[in-house]
Design a protein around this ligand. Sequence first.
Ligand SMILES: Cc1cc2nc3c(=O)[nH]c(=O)nc-3n(C[C@H](O)[C@H](O)[C@H](O)COP(=O)(O)OP(=O)(O)OC[C@H]3O[C@@H](n4cnc5c(N)ncnc54)[C@H](O)[C@@H]3O)c2cc1C
Length: 527
Amino acid sequence: MDEERPVELKSNVPPGPIEQKWTSHKFDMKLVNPSNKRKYSVIVVGTGLAGGSAAASLAELGYQVSCFCFQDSPRRAHSIAAQGGINAAKNYQNDGDSVFRLFYDTVKGGDFRAREANVYRLAEVSVNIIDQCVAQGVPFAREYGGLLANRSFGGAQVSRTFYARGQTGQQLLLGAYQALQRQVGLGAIKMFPRHEMQELVVIDGMARGIVARDLETGAVESYVADAVILASGGYGTVFYLATYAKGCNTTAIWRAYKKGAAFANPCYTQIHPTCIPVTGEHQSKLTLMSESLRNDGRIWVSKKKGDTRPPGQIPEDERDYYLERKYPSYGNLSPRDISSRAAKEVCDEGRGVGSTGLGVYLDFAEAINRLGVATIRERYGNLFDMYERITDEDPYKVPMRIYPAMHYCMGGLWVDYHLMSTIPGVFVLGEANFSDHGANRLGASALMQGWPTAISSFPTRLAITSPRTSSTRSAPTTPPSRAHRRGSLTAPRGYWASRGNGPSTISIASSARSCGTTAGWPAMSRV
Ligand SMILES: Cc1cc2nc3c(=O)[nH]c(=O)nc-3n(C[C@H](O)[C@H](O)[C@H](O)COP(=O)(O)OP(=O)(O)OC[C@H]3O[C@@H](n4cnc5c(N)ncnc54)[C@H](O)[C@@H]3O)c2cc1C
């Protein structure tokens, strides 16, 4: 941190029974008049499900939004990699699901380390999001009669996961991208692709903008706003080989941390049991085989140590379906941490498969016999093709080989109930925050966290928690000098904070012009 100072962690959880907190809090919160919203500017770093949907929602509400990502297009954010599905407590299968059960499963699956009020709200808003996505054209899988289909994910005994084959993240991101681009087209969002945030600008203890590098020209520029949203994703590549792309790093939230934002739970990282094993030193990342495969695939190793027979020559009674044996109620859909640990244990015992001995079988023979190849292809076709391209083995004929790998970061910047970090004005969404998941995230709940919290509940929160609206500082009435605007971001003390004292004074909207949302002031400093 730049300077040592005690950090106060105040969760700001509203009072009242857990199932009423969010509803009554929404009513209690001070709203921003629609005509005042356009006077506020917001910077969103990230265009994944969290950032893209938050930017689109805020712009739709009337705020001036500037959105940054380092990829060449917003729709290349890493959310595109998500395969398996997104949870929602719709209870379409009538199998006993409810908002409370999703809340309970998430808290329990998070090892009781999640903030319960946040998790309840997450479960609550999950039910609206599927309708929203369908309205946006996300092609969720449907049953023969046309109703939306569900499948199960690890750690749950109900079917609440909505999916689009093995491309759920891609399809959801296309939905968010369309909403984002609509606002870009309307001029409500200024998009900055190929820009990397390199610094958070904090003035008088409040976030007031970012410094970003244009990755094409190399220019470093400053951008000012009333609030900064960091939705920069996970940082799993700190472990070198992970299911993340190489670009997923922690620069954005690390910069905020260096400016004093508290970081929470970095030890909670999720190991996913279903990845293609490491094959050599040539790899820059590992490939996930979606957990959804565990709906129909059976995991096993030989009962014998050092068994080098091909899988087809190992008779049924010499196989150890160790998850079904050890955890009969969840079986192959045991939670990810339990399944990962169990796979490592059998490999440590010398019963692993493949040339390295660091692998277990994921076998579809029984499901193909029961359901037929066509059904399996329909459910998992693209995943099977991907596996074959990478390993040159046909998973319709021989079992897949899988092994645990680093997959998801439960840690991140600490946030309160309003998803604001310990730096006023910095909000953190999606995987970048320390999240609602506790220690062991359940499958299909990261997309649930990224999308619904951003669309359904976050804009309301921003409206009432923007530090500008609560500022009580005195209000200098002269804007920063030209030198201030061009040379550095150091404005006269109290100037920026004073913007909250009346939207009709020298408007902070003019600072948004530095992001190019409207014509006006010259570009902010190049530093
Ligand atoms: C292979 C894989 C499969 C998965 N499958 C599932 C699944 O089936 N179900 C599920 O629920 N979850 C799944 N997940 C997890 C889920 O996809 C992620 O947690 C979620 O998509 C993260 O979304 P996000 O919006 O927070 O971040 P991201 O989608 O990673 O977006 C981050 C954004 O931040 C931008 N950014 C980052 N740093 C900077 C910077 N310094 N400057 C400017 N821009 C920056 C990037 O350009 C990008 O636009 C999977 C994850 C992986 C890796």
